[in-house]
Structure formats: structure tokens, C-alpha cells
Design a protein around this ligand. Structure first.
Ligand SMILES: Cc1cc2nc3c(=O)[nH]c(=O)nc-3n(C[C@H](O)[C@H](O)[C@H](O)COP(=O)(O)OP(=O)(O)OC[C@H]3O[C@@H](n4cnc5c(N)ncnc54)[C@H](O)[C@@H]3O)c2cc1C
Length: 405
């Protein structure tokens, strides 16, 4: 039988009131906060760790996947491109992405064998550059702060309750952007969410020094969605024979310890083979790909490739294969039961195949920018003036429809 304790009732102090409250300082949260601040809104970005970037930096996922369709057409623009350039502003890998983005011939990728518009970045430099940019744009950042509960009235969230070194406090806002990766505000506010049923395989990516070069060791292969399994594709041998939800406190510690074990073993093997092979850094957050997402007004599926969407907020490509381009409908960002909550990044509404596409860095920037811009425009997402939103996104360089490039 489960046991409970009854907590005392308490008065939680309200520490601030904002136009836009953004939860999560990953790529989606950075993009949303930036977009909202650029619409002259008072923005608070709340992050439980003490550095920006989320999985991309603390999780050592340092590959900014392509913004293109694989045939020489860039499809994702705006903050997705701005952050890509920011990620390599102070350091770049000559071998990947550099000639395309910083070299003289940006349109060099035209054939099947050309490298796509992806880059490697340095996680520390990217995180610090992002922090500098957000502060310059007027975003207030609150680190070391975890959202733990929500207060709602009817269809609106009124405040998010957080805990940090100061204790338990609340923040009010007109609109809330859930860029937590795990859809925490939606879940805490009782908005409908969907868990990733398949569960995650274990990942253990870390950096080591090899012949004077910084190298990323990627232990644990990416999983294959059910749709691809039906087509006969098989996943590589997993690191451990277990699946993880990414949503349970005890399990997250187990993931972390199992991933540490795998890395430590691999590091010792490397050092035994070559004493100069020195470990440099390990991830400081669990490397969970998909956990919980909003059950959106709309859901993007594999069939959405090449389909015209009147309410598109931008384009993304498929990092797994050249060709498919998806127009992203605004409805995947919100659920009509909570009118002032919008989601971005790896917790938008998709089926499992598209989740694997939409969770990557460029897509998180695309949905983040749209969510932040929308949050600055209205506090009632189901009745947003979509043409006005599209007008702002277009004026910021975003292509909304495929025929426009
Ligand atoms: C092993 C692995 C390999 C990958 N490989 C690639 C790749 O090669 N290229 C690529 O483009 N993508 C890759 N991805 C995917 C990509 O890195 C992430 O999906 C993407 O960065 C997610 O961005 P996000 O902002 O949506 O979420 P996250 O990066 O998860 O950011 C969410 C942020 O919110 C914070 N947060 C969460 N909950 C709370 C809370 N309650 N209160 C306060 N703060 C909170 C977290 O600390 C975090 O900083 C990979 C992912 C994994 C796990």
C-alpha cells in the first residue's frame, strides 16, 4: 500500500510577474526566450541547472544537425540559423560544416554525397555565447530553479511554482512556454500529455582527447521508431537490455549510473590501449531522447512530408534522410484546454516517427522561435491571429511553405 504524508498548507510568495515565462534553457527555451524578448516582452527563463543549452551542451550532444533538405536547399531559417552560427562563432571543426557556413561558398551542398548543412560545436563556448546573447536581448535568467507545480484557474495557468536555494516561490505571467523537454508545465497543470511508449535506450556520450584532438565517443546507438522497424530496419545492440521513460526520479538516477558505468569502462579500455587517450568531460544531465509531449490540437505524423499547411510556422527537414520537408502546423504547440500554455522543442505533438525527427536541435529552434513569438502576441493560443504570427515569422526570415525557397 502506498503511504502519503499530509504537507502543511503554506503561503507561497510571488517573486515576480512577467509577460512571458519560459521553462527550460535548452535550445527550445533559448529560442523562445529570444523571440519573445525581441517582441519587447518582459521574459523570465527558468532553468534547473546552472548553464544554458540542455541536452545540446550539458548532455554533450554537440552536433547541430542540418537545416537543409539534403539537396542544397536550406529549409530552416531565423533563430535556427542564428543559433547554428552562434554555436561555431568562437570555435569550429574544419571537418564538418565549416566550409558551408563560414566559407565563401555557402551553397556548396548539391549532390547526394555532399555533406549536409550540419556542424560540430563546442558545448561550453555555445552555452556561454547563448547566455551573453539572451542577456543582451533583455531576458532575465533564473538558474538553479526547478518548476515543481502550477496554479491554474479554468483554462489558464496563473503561476508556476518553483523551488531553488531561496525555497519555494511562485512566478506569474500572461503566457507560459513549456520548453522543459519533458512537458513539465503541461503535466503539472493537468493539461493532456502523452508518454513515449517505447521508452529510451541507454546513451553514454562523452568527450576524450585522442592524439591532441577533442573527440566525441558515442556509446549507445539511437533507437529505431516502430514505423522503421516495420520496414525491416533493425536497431544496433543496446548498451543495456532495458528501456527508460526519463520521467521517474529513481529511474533517472539509474540511467545516470548505468551511463557512468559504460563510460568509465570504455575510458579504462582506451587508456589501457593508449595512455594519451585522456577523458575530458562527461554529460551532467541524463541523455534522454523522448519522454513526454503535449497532446496537441494537431499532431504531426510521417504523412506530413511535402504537405501544405495553411497554419505553418516554419519548415524542418528530416535528419535521417535527404528529401522530405515538413511544414509545421501551429496546432502541434498547444492543447486547447490550457489556452495560455505553449510547448516547444522535444515536447511538441508528434507521432513516434516524427518525434524522432522533431526532437533534434534545428527543429527545437524552429518550434522555440514560433512558440516565443506566439507567446508575445497573445495569451489565448487557440484564438491566435495566425496570419499576424506568420507575418512576424516571415519578416524574421522564416520560410513557411515549401514552394517559397
Ligand atoms: C544521446 C542523444 C543524442 C542526440 N544526438 C543529436 C544530434 O546529433 N544532433 C541533434 O541535433 N540532436 C541530437 N539529439 C537531440 C537533441 O539534443 C535534443 O532533443 C534537443 O537538444 C532538445 O532540446 P530542448 O530544448 O527541447 O530540450 P532539452 O535540451 O532537454 O532542454 C530542456 C531544459 O529544461 C530544463 N528543465 C527540465 N525540466 C525542468 C524543470 N522542471 N524546471 C526547470 N528546468 C527544467 C533542463 O535542465 C534543460 O536544460 C540527441 C539527444 C540525445 C539524448
Amino acid at each position: 500500500m502506498e503511504e502519503y504524508i499530509l504537507e502543511e498548507q503554506r503561503n507561497t510568495p510571488v517573486c515576480g510577474e512577467y509577460d512571458v515565462f519560459v521553462l527550460g534553457g535548452g535550445i527550445a527555451g533559448i529560442s523562445a526566450a529570444l523571440a519573445a524578448a525581441r517582441q519587447n516582452k518582459k521574459v523570465l527563463l527558468v532553468e534547473k541547472s546552472f548553464i544554458l543549452g540542455g541536452l545540446a551542451t550539458s548532455g554533450l550532444v554537440t552536433i547541430y544537425l542540418p537545416l537543409c533538405d539534403g539537396y542544397g536547399h536550406q529549409v530552416s531559417f531565423g533563430i535556427a540559423e542564428e543559433l547554428l552560427k552562434l554555436s561555431i562563432k568562437d570555435w569550429h571543426n574544419e571537418k564538418r560544416g565549416y566550409p558551408v557556413w563560414l566559407g565563401p561558398d555557402k551553397k556548396s551542398e548539391i549532390t547526394e554525397t555532399d555533406q549536409r548543412y550540419a556542424v560540430d560545436f563546442n558545448p561550453s563556448l555555445f552555452a556561454l555565447a547563448a547566455e551573453e546573447l539572451l542577456l543582451k536581448e533583455g531576458v532575465q535568467i533564473l538558474y538553479g530553479t526547478q518548476a515543481v507545480a502550477c496554479q491554474r484557474q479554468g483554462k489558464r495557468i496563473q503561476a508556476v511554482i518553483v523551488e531553488n536555494k531561496s525555497g519555494r516561490t511562485a512566478y506569474k505571467a500572461d503566457t507560459f512556454v513549456d520548453a522543459s523537454g519533458d512537458c513539465d508545465i503541461a503535466y503539472q497543470s493537468g493539461t493532456a500529455t502523452v508518454n513515449f511508449s517505447q521508452g529510451n535506450v541507454l546513451a553514454a556520450w562523452y568527450y576524450f582527447l585522442d592524439n591532441g584532438e577533442n573527440k566525441l565517443k558515442q556509446l549507445g546507438a539511437s533507437d529505431i521508431p516502430e514505423e522503421e522497424k516495420k520496414l525491416g530496419k533493425t536497431a544496433k545492440e543496446p548498451l543495456v537490455n532495458r528501456r527508460f521513460t526519463g520521467l521517474d526520479g529513481t529511474e533517472l538516477s539509474e540511467i545516470t549510473i548505468l551511463s557512468h558505468n559504460a563510460m568509465y569502462l570504455n575510458m579504462k579500455e582506451k587508456i589501457a590501449a593508449d595512455a594519451q587517450s585522456i577523458p575530458l568531460s562527461v554529460p551532467t544531465i541524463p541523455q534522454v531522447r523522448m519522454s513526454r509531449r503535449i497532446d496537441g490540437a494537431d499532431t504531426i505524423t510521417i504523412d506530413n512530408a511535402e504537405k501544405y499547411k495553411e497554419n505553418s510556422i516554419g519548415l524542418v527537414s528530416n535528419w535521417k534522410k535527404r528529401g522530405p520537408v515538413y511544414e509545421i502546423p501551429f496546432g502541434i504547440l498547444y492543447n486547447p484546454e490550457t489556452v495560455n500554455l505553449i510547448c516547444a522543442g522535444r515536447c511538441v505533438s508528434n507521432d513516434d516517427y516524427m518525434w524522432d525527427i522533431m526532437r533534434v536541435i534545428p527543429c527545437c529552434a524552429v518550434t522555440g522561435e514560433a512558440a516565443g513569438t506566439a507567446a508575445a502576441l497573445t495569451d489565448d493560443f487557440p484564438s491566435i491571429d495566425i496570419q499576424k504570427l506568420q507575418g512576424i515569422l516571415s519578416s524574421n526570415g522564416i520560410k513557411l511553405h515549401k514552394d517559397s525557397y
